[in-house]
Design a protein around this ligand. Structure first.
Ligand code: OSB
Ligand code: MG
Length: 390
């Protein structure tokens, strides 16, 4: 059994300019903030991404809240300890409630380092198969409906085979109808990011005849119950994103009839391990799943590709090519769209991509290193801190 002692953790808060602003029902992002975790042990480095952003619009978490939770609660529980598997890591921070994004970032870094120590790809470690995964593109709300139709056309020309458009009250039926009229045969779905209530069922029903693959998270993020009232009113499958934080939630949603499809994001559910538990539950229950995205850097997208290669990821994932997000990514490899609308799963050890440490340094707002060897000498949380930034 390969075990890794966590000798050092480096935490970075980064901000990277997106190629274009990304607008959803909860706000606009021009710069993508995130945390990057580098976990060092046994002469190896594992990388993980914490997908919380600048604001608590998607979930309650932000990059800064997750920094606080990692710095004050999670890192002190795991530094200088030996881990042979991610389940032991989950046990080490069991006393920390919530904050799945912080947990997922550190867990991803441990997954990467354990896979590297074993000399296997993350894909193999997670139980994924196949050289490529089917992907689509998530299109933000555009200034006008015409601009949206044009934007979708460009992505189709680039080779994307599945389009998701973001909707919000006032920019829903009209946008969805226009895209469907312009491209009658494409795989199309919409994502409301919790912008509606049951009172809006009438509006949502107006999109029921557009042959959409699914309607993603129409109602509140904490509301599996009302989704169970909405789903029977629609032919189109509801897909839950924000509402599913664990395999237990997946079971509740299934037993209540709140959705027919689930979007899995490791960040939202506390890590790749819980993501796989949801995947396995859904496979058993006959619920197709797909891999969601959080505008990840190459570090997070490489891990998403590995996850999305598990067998019950039946629908195309929100994992687009590097050029859809960044002028300059922080990994060497460019993740390109293949002609058949797929992206190739990295096959090297661990996440299978190389971090460009110079590029990472350039986008870093704040960094801190945590080491174990000088624990006693320092006396603050038992950790030595090297600090730059705000
Ligand atoms: O709801 O799926 C979402 C991005 C940020 C926050 C929430 C969501 C999204 C996306 C982007 O839709 C998907 C991607 O990473 O390409
Ligand atoms: Mg979503």
């Amino acid at each position: 059994m390969t075990a890794i002692r966590i000798e050092q953790i480096e935490l970075r808060h980064i901000s990277m300019p997106l190629v274009a602003p990304f607008e959803t029902s909860f706000g606009v992002e021009e710069e993508r903030e995130a945390l990057i975790v580098a976990l060092r042990g046994g002469g190896l480095t594992g990388w993980g991404e914490v997908v919380a952003s600048h604001s608590p619009g998607y979930s309650a978490e932000t990059a800064r809240t997750e920094w606080h939770i990692l710095h004050d609660f999670i890192i002190p529980e795991v530094i200088d300890k030996e881990f042979a598997d991610v389940e032991s890591l989950e046990s080490a921070y069991r006393s920390v409630r919530g904050h799945p994004m912080a947990k997922a970032g550190i867990q991803a870094a441990l997954h990467d380092v354990l896979a590297k120590a074993k000399g296997v790809s993350l894909q193999k470690m997670l139980g994924g198969k196949g050289k490529t995964v089917k992907v689509g593109v998530s299109v933000g709300i555009q200034p006008t409906t015409d601009a949206l139709v044009e934007r979708v056309g460009k992505y189709l020309e680039e080779g994307y085979r599945r389009i998701k458009i973001k909707i919000k009250p006032g920019r829903d039926v009209q946008d969805a109808k226009a895209v469907r009229a312009a491209y009658p045969n494409i795989l199309l779905q919409v994502d409301a990011n919790s912008a509606y209530t049951l009172d809006d069922a009438g509006t949502i029903k107006q999109m029921d005849d557009l042959n959409l693959l699914l309607i993603e998270q129409p109602l509140s993020e904490d509301d599996i119950f009302d989704h169970a009232k909405l789903q029977p009113q629609l032919k189109t499958p509801i897909c839950l994103d924000e509402s599913i934080l664990s395999a237990r939630h997946a079971r509740w949603a299934h037993e209540l009839g709140a959705c027919k499809i689930i979007n899995i994001k490791a960040g939202r559910v506390g890590g790749l391990r819980e993501a796989i538990r949801i995947h396995d539950y859904c496979a058993e229950a006959g619920i197709p799943v797909w891999c969601g995205g959080m505008l990840e850097t190459g570090i997070g997208r490489a891990a998403n590709l590995a996850l999305a290669s598990l067998p019950n990821f039946k629908l195309p994932g929100d994992i687009s090519a590097t050029s859809r997000y960044w002028k300059e990514d922080i990994i060497e490899q460019s993740l390109e769209l293949n002609k058949d609308g797929t992206i190739t799963v990295p096959s090297g050890p661990g996440i299978g991509v190389t971090v460009r440490e110079n590029a990472l340094e350039k986008v870093t707002l704040r960094k801190e290193a945590y080491r174990s060897e000088v624990k006693k000498a320092i006396g603050f949380s038992g950790l030595k801190k090297e600090k730059t930034g705000y």
